[in-house]
Design a binder for this molecule. Sequence first.
Ligand code: FAD
Length: 287
Amino acid sequence: MIPGQFGYHRPDAVEAAVRLLADLGEDARAIAGGHSLIPMMKLRLAEPEHLVDLGGIAQLRGIRRDGNVIVIGAMTTQHDVIASDLLADTVPILRETALMIADPQVRYCGTIGGNVANGDPGNDMPAVMMTLGASYTLTGPDGVRTVAARDFYQGAYFTALEPGEIVTAISIPVPPDGHGSAYEKLKRKVGDYATAAAAVVLTMQGGTVATCAIGLTNLAETPLLAEEAAAIVIGSRLDKATLAKAADAARAIMEPASDARGPAEYRIHVGGIMVVRALERAAAAAK
Ligand code: FAD
């Protein structure tokens, strides 16, 4: 299938993109890497009359450290994330996660901004951003505002983005030196979306867990933060009984769909296993 007809606009500044989106109204959509939107247009699940391509806006690309925060421009590709030494040194879970998204072809075009803004429960970066305590900078007709990733996702394909707003950057507090992290993703085959996935970022002190955050991908209509599970492991040495309790607490908030990736019961079961594996691997990586 090929997409229907649409008008194409390629502004070279954020202000121009926002103005175009505001002027063109509901019939216009921003396009970044196009690797979620174009397939949806081919299937007629999205039929925008105008596409506003963010690809010509140089200021939306790049990864930098600003004090204790990493700032990633929305049009930075998954490939750029994988190639970044700064991210490998400071927030390694981003590289690990990006490497599990689709395949190199998709990662050369797909952007981090598109991944977090899309609102598809199967996207991997949103739960990781929630786990890291990241926030998104949004620019729209009424100016610039910041929304925490943890407050951004409201339902499947339904986010805090207001009409005409775009994500311009993602800010991530640098996790403490010696932290451990892991992203465990069960998928049917290489390149697939998650059947169930869990992100963990933690710190250890004298063999016990000092701080911990746990995020879940594709286990509900939105990415989830498993707060009770994280609270259960804090102060523990991640013994078997605690891990089992944490997995059950995480399972209690999962509400995945039954679909081609398996019935809901199966996805909840393996979701708990992803949590345990991510906790164990993150603890082993912590110093
Ligand atoms: P686009 O497709 O251009 O846009 C997606 C949506 O986000 C659109 O609604 C668009 O309007 C909006 N948008 C884009 N950028 C912005 C912005 N800056 N501000 C506001 N709105 C914006 N993803 C995964 O996470 N995990 C996977 O395993 C995975 N597997 C895939 C396998 C295949 C075969 C394919 C084709 C895609 C897969 N994807 C997967 C999706 C891929 O990561 C997409 O690139 C990503 O979801 C969207 O990024 P994009 O830059 O392509 O955005």
